[in-house]
Design a protein around this ligand. Structure first.
Ligand code: FES
Length: 91
């Protein structure tokens, strides 16, 4: 099991290794989502810890983040998939 903490909502939850985080974010946090496909950029978030435990950015994610002027440590929450371990996120 992996563990995800979302600091804004002061919530930590367990996730099976290899799962996408979007359903958990929608159920357990107040994060906002739009397209849920990595296109609109509304779900930009910052990885505070455990970036190495997440999937690599896809080309689409890189392009959307670039169009939003995001920082290198930022990700699109709707595309995050955890490999294992712990991750801490701020949005
Ligand atoms: S919800 Fe649109 S990019 Fe994540």
């Amino acid at each position: 099991m992996a563990r995800v903490t979302v600091v804004n909502d002061n919530v930590t939850f367990e996730v099976t290794d290899g799962e996408y985080l979007l359903p958990y974010f929608k159920e357990k946090t107040s994060m906002l989502f739009g397209c849920e496909k990595g296109e609109c950029g509304i779900c930009v978030c910052t990885i505070l810890k455990g970036v190495e435990n997440l999937n690599e950015k896809s080309q689409k994610e890189i392009e959307t983040l670039h169009s939003k002027g995001a920082h290198p440590e930022q990700r699109l929450a709707c595309l995050l998939k955890i490999k294992w371990g712990e991750v801490e996120i701020e949005y």
